[in-house]
Design a protein around this ligand. Structure first.
Ligand SMILES: [Fe+2]
Ligand SMILES: [Fe+2]
Length: 371
């Protein structure tokens, strides 16, 4: 029997792929995710242009807006304007964070162009409300811009999951405002706040936020599928430290925050239910408790490529449902690529992550290494 010397055996071992058969390297996963995001961006752009191409000055008749809204509703509008008017900061920061990912960077530009319209919409609402002088509005605008927003999250995975929850929260804010503007709020403070102009504004902007949520959710699912361990950790960090963007930068934020709560526009209870629970279920997690169990699982240690070898974590959540969603996303992208002809040249291809890895696969690998 031939026994190769130690240096040859070591060289052969070094040349062996680092990842078990069927699993992907970090570079491969990043390339696959980037392709998926770019494909989704193409689809998104077409939808954005055909379905949501509204102009914040002309999509409603602003002079018809009521001039006698409650002070409570005016405070809420003030808050919406304050948050949305940091759009240039949000765009600059997220663009810088994602600049190497072509499709994501393209999307962040498009997203920024939609968010800036939201700022203009609320600016118009303030100006046409009859309850804030143009001078006051200009001064408020100036004071808000004195400070600059920066992200508390500096990596792409945290940054992505933050916006999944934030977009869902914003959508909810506007849907709740639509209830007030439809005259359907049960809060006595809003008994006289029905207004067709404001209703149309809140509904239109809520549709945009829903589109943003869906886009970021799809990226979140790609991350959850290819980088489950890092995604789970990031989601946990986000939901335990969540706040709406820029709320700490706004001069009168305490009053605004309180008004959101008092008017049922955004409450901690809504955040845990309509935001966290809903987004978690869309990400394959039945509850926050299941996520906590996933976090505590002591075998939740990925390799350097972000792959998990243990199957234990996969019992805690619907990894299969995430794979299904990622496949569906690719079907949607491919349909669009067929429509515009790209499919024949450069289709976006679904690649299985190879996870969850069965215990016996790992054993076979180990055995062969010993031989
Ligand atoms: Fe927005
Ligand atoms: Fe948004």
């Amino acid at each position: 029997m031939i026994h190769p010397d130690h240096s040859i055996r070591k060289e052969l071992a070094d040349q062996r792929p680092r990842t078990p058969v069927g699993l992907l390297s970090r570079a491969e996963k990043d390339r696959i995710i980037e392709r998926g995001v770019h494909g989704l961006y193409r689809w998104y752009l077409a939808r954005s242009q055909s379905k949501r191409n509204w102009n914040p000055d002309t999509f409603v008749r602003w002079p018809d807006m009521r001039k006698d809204h409650s002070p409570e509703l005016m405070k809420i509008i003030e808050g919406f304007y304050a948050i949305e008017q940091y759009a240039p900061d949000y765009t600059a920061v997220t663009l810088r964070m994602n600049r190497k990912n072509y499709g994501r960077a393209q999307f962040q530009l498009r997203w920024g162009s939609e968010e800036e319209k939201h700022s203009d919409l609320w600016l118009n609402a303030l100006l046409f409300s009859g309850q804030r002088s143009p001078e006051w509005v200009h001064e408020y605008k100036k004071s808000l811009r004195e400070r600059e927003w920066d992200t508390p999250w500096t990596d792409v995975i945290h940054g992505t999951f933050y916006v999944v929850f934030q977009e869902r929260a914003t959508q909810l804010n506007y849907l709740n405002t639509a209830i007030i503007a439809a005259g359907k709020s049960t809060n006595p403070a809003h008994a006289n706040d029905a207004d067709p102009v404001l209703l149309e504004a809140a509904k239109t902007i809520a549709v945009d936020e829903a589109a943003h949520y869906s886009f970021f959710l799809e990226i979140g699912r790609l991350l959850m599928y290819y980088y489950p361990a890092e995604s789970i950790e990031a989601i946990w960090d986000i939901i335990t430290h969540f706040s709406m963007p820029a709320i700490d930068l706004i001069p009168n934020s305490e009053h605004i925050w309180k008004q959101f709560n008092d008017s049922d526009v955004f409450t901690p209870r809504q955040f845990m239910g309509d935001v966290v629970a809903t987004a978690l279920s869309h990400l394959g997690w039945e509850s926050r408790k299941a996520l906590a169990r996933g976090i505590k699982n002591n075998r939740l240690v990925p390799d350097e490529d972000g792959n998990l070898y243990s199957s234990a974590i996969f019992d805690e959540f619907g990894y299969d449902s995430i794979e299904k969603a990622v496949r569906k996303l690719h079907d949607k992208i491919n349909d669009y690529e067929r429509l515009m002809g790209l499919y024949a040249i450069d289709p976006t291809v679904f690649v299985p992550s190879g996870m969850p890895v069965r215990e016996d696969v790992e054993e076979v690998e180990n055995t062969s290494t010993e031989n």
